[in-house]
Design a protein around this ligand. Structure first.
Ligand code: DGL
Length: 268
């Protein structure tokens, strides 16, 4: 494959949550063209089986590879947790995923080596975070907690609603009891809950934003492999979705922190 530096970075997610990763990439790599695919027709992935997630991930990988992307970024923690290897096997271009990025960042930041991880049931059940963290430091203690209600609450825009506060307190009780000093936000939606989480956990707990961690490792790889776009012109952003749900534009813009622009509907 003849990869050109001005080819886009392909980012994919189960829906709109991956726009938090796109937002960090836009800030960190302002000249890179980005093609995003959000599987809005089949979201959420976090409660689906490993087989189904792998099948969907393969279809999206093929779609983006046909768009001649120079790098693939798996923004969705759930897909990264269960389908990373099948994506790598299908991809002729480098693949980066959020779990490794966040694991690295958590190890760099923890002082007590007591790390909490929150994510969807599929991510937590896969144990992928604990494995990635232990590969970097065998002595780290990882306390994981699935938080299935966070995704719908964030999509509802209930970032600081009293109901969300109660649910956050309930889910976090076991990890707080372990006196963690670092909490990995292992899901695309959770960065939007950062102020509330920080409030409940206290300032002494460091939150690891997987979207920021991903932008850091993407920038590192692009520099190392000299893959950066040398055209310092305004980049092109294209957003593909498999369904155009009600309120997609509004919710998407909340995740992205800016206007979404062109959104195209595709059938995989
Ligand atoms: N994108 C998913 C993740 O980061 C959350 C939404 C879903 O369950 O599909 O795990």
């Amino acid at each position: 494959m003849n990869t050109k530096t001005n080819n886009a970075i392909g980012v994919f997610d189960s829906g709109i949550g991956g726009l938090t990763v796109v937002r960090s990439l836009m800030e960190r790599l302002p000249f890179e063209n980005i093609i995003y695919f959000g599987d809005t027709a089949r979201v959420p992935y976090g409660i689906k089986s490993v087989e189904t997630i792998n099948r969907y991930a393969a279809q999206i990988t093929e779609f983006l590879i046909k768009k001649d992307v120079k790098l693939l970024i798996v923004a969705c923690n759930t897909m990264a947790a269960v389908a990373h290897q099948s994506i790598i096997d299908l991809s002729p271009v480098p693949v980066l995923e959020v779990i490794d990025a966040s694991a690295r960042m958590s190890i760099q930041n923890t002082k007590t080596k007591s790390i909490g991880v929150i994510g969807t049931p599929a991510t937590i059940n896969s144990n992928a975070y604990a494995r990635a963290i232990h590969l970097l430091d065998k002595e780290a203690k990882v306390f994981s907690q699935a938080c299935p209600l966070f995704v719908p609450l964030v999509e509802e825009g209930w970032f600081d609603h009293p109901a969300t506060k109660l649910i956050v307190q309930e889910y976090l009780k076991p990890v707080i009891a372990e006196q963690i000093d670092t909490l990995v936000l292992g899901c695309t939606h959770y960065p939007l809950l950062k102020p509330l989480l920080q409030d409940i956990l206290g300032q002494e707990v460091m939150l690891i934003d997987s979207a920021e961690a991903m932008a850091d490792i993407a920038a590192e790889l692009i520099n190392k492999q000299n893959m950066g776009n040398h055209n310092c012109t305004p980049p092109d952003y294209t957003f593909y979705v498999s369904d155009l749900p009600y309120r997609f534009q509004t919710i998407g813009e909340r995740f992205l922190g800016r206007t979404l622009g062109r959104v195209e509907l595709v059938n995989l």
